[in-house]
Design a binder for this molecule. Sequence first.
Ligand code: SF4
Ligand code: SF4
Length: 156
Amino acid sequence: MTDPIDRTGLRPRFWETTPLARMTRAEWEALCDGCGKCCLNKLEDEETGEVALTRVACRLFDDATCRCAKYETRHQFVPECITLDPATIEKNAYWLPETCAYKRLWQGDPLPDWHPLLTGTAQSVHDAGISMQHRTVPEFDIDEDDWENHIIEEPT
Ligand code: SF4
Ligand code: SF4
């Protein structure tokens, strides 16, 4: 499949030499592996702070491409969608998927060997069983009170 993220013209292995805050916008965007797990609705226990992942996807999530259908203009439709950047990653890290490249680098971990920046193809994420492609249900089909019936373990 064609990589929906432009990963051309980047400095070789820039993520190993450049702190998150010093990356260019193109480098930052290229870190996203396209797993789609951050587009799933989560249930947070107010008392324990525990976060449960569900397979109920955001209304803009395209289950076939595993991408946001309107990434650039998404805030018009989903104002609560966060903008992840070096300044916001710390407060969001607790709910980001364990495999998320931003979280991993922020924690000091390397990129996993199936990451598109290492394999040269976005398909490697799906082949590794990491992504949510063809595994979600749309949020407009599931009443919010029933989300707890769709809790899943994060595919890792
Ligand atoms: S969890 Fe991280 S790597 Fe996966 S789609 Fe979201 S931002 Fe990209
Ligand atoms: S608006 Fe787009 S990027 Fe944000 S959670 Fe929904 S599908 Fe994902």
